[in-house]
Write a protein of this length. Sequence first.
Length: 54
Amino acid sequence: MAKFKQPKQYRYGRGVQECRRCGSRDAVIQAYGVYLCRQCFREIAATLGFRKYS
């Protein structure tokens, strides 16, 4: 007998997108088809060709 139910599988919203690099589901950047969380994006943005403007 299972004590807890499995988590609900979401079809839309913030719970659907996950980071391609680490699998995190919070703060995923979807622009330009990147699909990386913000932490991973900051680490590899320069290799992707993004530049930081001040």
